[in-house]
Ligand binder design. Structure first.
Ligand code: FEO
Length: 170
């Protein structure tokens, strides 16, 4: 039996959102590269992992579309920001990306509510929870980077960042 059709407004939002997740993956990869060039190998590993998680988020939506007989359309990925002034600049930029992502998720959810598309609503529940965690680690990262005022405490943070922000904050 064919799957129930996905309302067009929901398709549009889901397509846009998985491409936004891929753009975030690219954005985190660029941050990871910047950290590598600054010899911040712990942060480079942390943001590399974040990049992988964004790709996994995109895949969740792609799979949902495929399961509902919609062909996912990949858009061009915008060139990410690479010119950071400091690690604090990086942390603040990551927070901006996550806030933009939260707005994107909310827009999908709103479309799914309006169209009474229950499967997309349930899918978005996972993402809405995830965004609470994503914004929380960004805020904590900003605080920790601000507190690491000397080179020694910054290199300490670099050594431990992956452990501090372990999976439950991914
Ligand atoms: Fe896919 Fe960082 O949220």
């Amino acid at each position: 039996m064919p799957a129930s059709p996905v309302p067009p407004a929901v398709v549009t939002e889901l397509q846009r959102q998985f491409n936004q997740e891929l753009a975030a993956a690219h954005g985190y990869q660029a941050i990871s590269v910047w950290c590598t060039t600054q010899n911040l190998t712990g942060f480079a590993a942390f943001f590399d992992k974040q990049s992988g998680e964004e790709r996994a988020h995109a895949k969740k939506i792609i799979d949902h579309l495929v399961d509902r007989s919609v062909d996912p359309l990949l858009a061009a990925v915008p060139q990410p920001k690479q010119d950071f002034r400091s690690l604090l600049d990086v942390a603040q930029y990551a927070e901006q990306m996550e806030q933009a992502n939260t707005r994107g998720i909310n827009a999908v959810y709103e479309a799914a509510l309006t169209a009474r598309d229950f499967p997309a609503q349930v899918l978005m529940h996972w993402f809405i929870n995830e965004q609470v965690e994503e914004e929380a680690w960004c805020a904590e990262l900003i605080d920790r980077v601000r507190s690491a005022s000397c080179a020694g405490s910054l290199s300490d943070l670099d050594r431990h960042v992956v452990r501090i922000f372990s999976d439950d904050k991914g």
